[in-house]
Design a protein around this ligand. Sequence first.
Ligand SMILES: [Zn+2]
Length: 255
Amino acid sequence: MKFPKILFIIFSIVLAGCSNVPVTQQISETPKNVTIFKNTVVSLTFDDGAADNYDVRSILAQNDLHATFYVVSGFTGMDGYMTEEQLRGLYEDGNEIGGHSLDHVNLTEISGDDLKKEICQDYANLMDYGFRVTSFAYPFGHYDEEAKQAVIDCGYASARGVSGGPETIPPADKYALRAMPYIVNDTSVTKMMRYITSVEQEGGGWAIFVFHRVCDGCSQYTVDLDTFSKFAARIADQKQNGLVIKTIDEVINGK
Ligand SMILES: [Zn+2]
């Protein structure tokens, strides 16, 4: 394995040498395909609290990014879901933990005390874990006026749907945040980046991304770790061009 390593080193030196040559050019010219972001904010959100979501912790940290994890607190620690300790790890890194109901039920199919319990007990559970909780996401993106009111009454500062994005800042309705199209298992990094640049090109706004599982094709709504890793590096790299990446709480509460 020595030979390829040497090749790699030589290649790196050559590359470093090349990038040193046109320094003046880099400063004086903005490459044609670079977007300068003036009015675009990106939020990375993960729904459901699946165990594989924990795999992105180090990727987020390496790229100095913070995401919002909407957790179904009734599932926490169950097979296939993150444990309280894992949630705490994400939180301690600066990520946000939000609510996503107690049992991931369609909130339009329940009402009264059942509805309140799904939202308020979820909120209470997450607060009991020691998290500062302000953001909610409707399971399946489904809500009605009663569900919306319950989210407000339970103490949440915002609630996210799953479509209709990009959102405006401030949003038209904090309890009906509009998200970009679902990230599915064939959504490429290029396509995700295009979502962001087109928001900027159309005047700016808030691009809220909705991820679910993090795996290689374990369901339709997945991103594989390699794709997410590349996407995270790409958006982190765009910070130098003005791109802002914030959690939902940071945008809603003006941080
Ligand atoms: Zn969900």
